[in-house]
Design a protein around this ligand. Structure first.
Ligand code: BES
Ligand code: MN
Ligand code: ZN
Length: 506
């Protein structure tokens, strides 16, 4: 640890692709092999080209002797004399079938989590699905040690090298592996930001790190400080930020796609570096989870960086409001009225509904760039968790685009689910003094009411999606699959899949 953390603190392992199992140099490596359930016990999955018949038979009989069946989620370590590796780790995949990528990704993630003090992995599992295996291994091996002193820091360096066994090592296969490395590294960046405590990640510092990261991959970066925000009329960001001694920022990161008349996508992410609730203060229990209230911002920054790394032929412009929601003598009060960027006035009935205030400003600014699409994501409502649970983001917005985003989110295993924005909920946001109130008096449909609020600020002709990741951004339960405790990086892979889809078909 060195005082100020960096978003690039986590070093992803290096990945090489090989079409055969190297005969030498693996005396400390672990071979990760997929196994399926067979009529007569566990069967090694698709590793025949890489692992000899004798070694395959030894793995299968050894595993059977340990009681392994190849059932989904089972992990076993074996020593196989026929192989040039220190040991074999089998991962159960269940019945042989055409596995969804996320089954393989989770299996690889669980495998990586079970490997302590192993620096090199040879992944025969990659023969089943190269990209999912590499992503799963990197995401599962992720750890955040920035703030541990020698007293509790891990003694080893973690997973450093992955040798992925594939059918060939041609350029296209290597590009697939590199794509997986880039995606997983961006998810790790988002996780690092979320895991960095609020003492060390406050608006000015977050903006500084986002700028450095963006410039390192060739993005154009603009940062508005508190004075510039006040001058330009960003009443929502200023109102939320003014209770803190650590003043707000607005960061804009632009990736210019090469090609004629590229589609343009705006990304907006909620960057509340800590949410106490403000004067409408939250209860003490679990308030520390609010370190994750910049999870949307983290994912949006990670996604635009990934778009640049992967050279997507579209314009991607991220607009990221950053503020700390604190109670103090200078904080906004319940009942205050502020003017959002663009002119709509809002009665702040509850200072804990701060996300929509900073987002409305950012959405109006993002729409000034005339995007074709706008994706906004935020840890916006506790109601998301009530409606959908800890692992399912709620996706709202323009019907068609919302469904497209939800479908792609399912495909990448982040599992966003489409939700409606009923017209009548707008009546719940009527104010007696201003254009809008920031909360409804009713307890019904809190996630949807927040979406209805945001809809008021999206320009007419823009296809938009709002992804509520209140719980999915931050895992407060035990680790599972490739998801550790703490920051998850959700919905970075969803947004990148949408960008790639737009790059392909408009
Ligand atoms: N950041 C919270 C939402 C949240 C809650 C995220 C739990 C992650 C876990 C947000 O700013 C908030 O406080 N929302 C209020 C809105 C309410 C006042 C209308 C909520 O959900 O209680
Ligand atoms: Mn809040
Ligand atoms: Zn919040």
């Amino acid at each position: 640890m060195n005082g100020v953390s960096s978003a690039t603190g986590y070093q992803a392992p290096t990945v090489t692709v090989s079409s055969s199992l190297p005969a030498r140099g693996l005396s400390e490596a672990v071979l990760v092999v997929g196994v399926v359930t067979g009529d007569d016990g566990p069967v090694v999955a698709l590793a025949q080209t890489h692992v000899s018949a004798a070694a395959t038979a030894a793995i299968e009989s050894g595993l059977k002797a340990l009681g392994g069946t190849g059932g989904e989620g089972q992990l076993h370590r074996l020593v196989i004399a026929e192989l040039p590796v220190a040991s074999v780790l089998t991962v159960g995949l269940g019945e042989p079938r055409d596995w969804p990528a996320d089954t393989i990704r989770r299996a690889a993630g669980a495998a990586a989590r079970s490997l302590d003090k192993v620096s090199t992995v040879v992944a025969a599992l990659a023969a089943v699905d190269l990209e999912a295996t590499v992503e799963g291994l990197i995401l599962g091996a992720y750890r955040f040690t920035e703030f541990r002193s020698d007293k509790t820091a891990p003694k080893d360096k973690g997973l450093g090298k992955i040798i992925a066994l594939a059918a060939d090592a041609k350029a296209a296969t290597k590009a697939t592996a590199q794509r997986a490395v880039d995606i997983a590294s961006s998810v790790a960046t988002a996780r690092d930001f979320v895991n960095t405590p609020p003492s060390h990640l406050y608006p000015a510092e977050f903006a500084k790190q986002a700028k450095a990261l963006g410039e390192s991959v060739g993005l154009q970066v603009e940062v508005l400080d508190d004075k510039a925000l006040a001058k330009a009329g960003y009443g929502g960001i200023v109102g939320v930020g003014k209770g803190s001694s650590r003043l707000p920022r607005l960061v804009r990161l632009t990736h210019k796609g090469k090609g004629r008349n590229p589609k343009r996508v705006a990304l907006v992410g909620k960057g509340i570096t800590f949410d106490t609730g403000g004067i409408s203060i939250k209860p003490a229990a679990n308030m520390h989870h609010m370190t994750s209230d910049m999870g949307g911002a983290a994912a949006v920054i990670a996604t635009v960086v990934l778009a640049a790394k992967q050279n997507l032929p579209i314009d991607v412009i991220a607009t990221v409001p950053m503020a700390e929601n604190m109670p103090s003598a200078t904080a906004q009060r319940p009942g205050d009225v502020l003017t959002q960027y663009g002119g709509i006035t809002v009665e702040v009935l509850n200072t804990d509904a701060e996300g929509r205030l900073v987002l409305a400003d950012a959405i109006v600014r993002a729409c000034e760039d005339n995007p074709d699409y706008l994706i906004e994501t935020s840890t916006l409502t506790g109601a998301q968790t009530v409606a959908l649970g800890a692992r399912t983001p709620g996706v709202m917005g323009s019907d068609e685009f919302r469904d497209r985003v939800a479908k792609l989110s399912q495909e990448v295993g982040e599992n966003g689910w489409a939700m409606p924005l009923p017209e009548e909920l707008k009546d719940d946001l009527k104010s007696t003094v201003a254009d809008l109130a920031n909360v409804s008096a009713s307890r019904y449909a809190g996630m949807l009411v927040a979406g209805v609020y945001l809809r008021e600020f999206v320009a007419e002709d823009v296809q938009w999606a709002h992804i509520d990741i209140a719980a999915p951004a931050y895992n407060t339960g035990g680790p599972w699959g490739y998801t550790p405790k703490g920051g998850t990086g959700v919905p970075t892979r969803t947004m990148f899949a949408v960008l790639e889809d737009i790059a392909r078909q408009g």
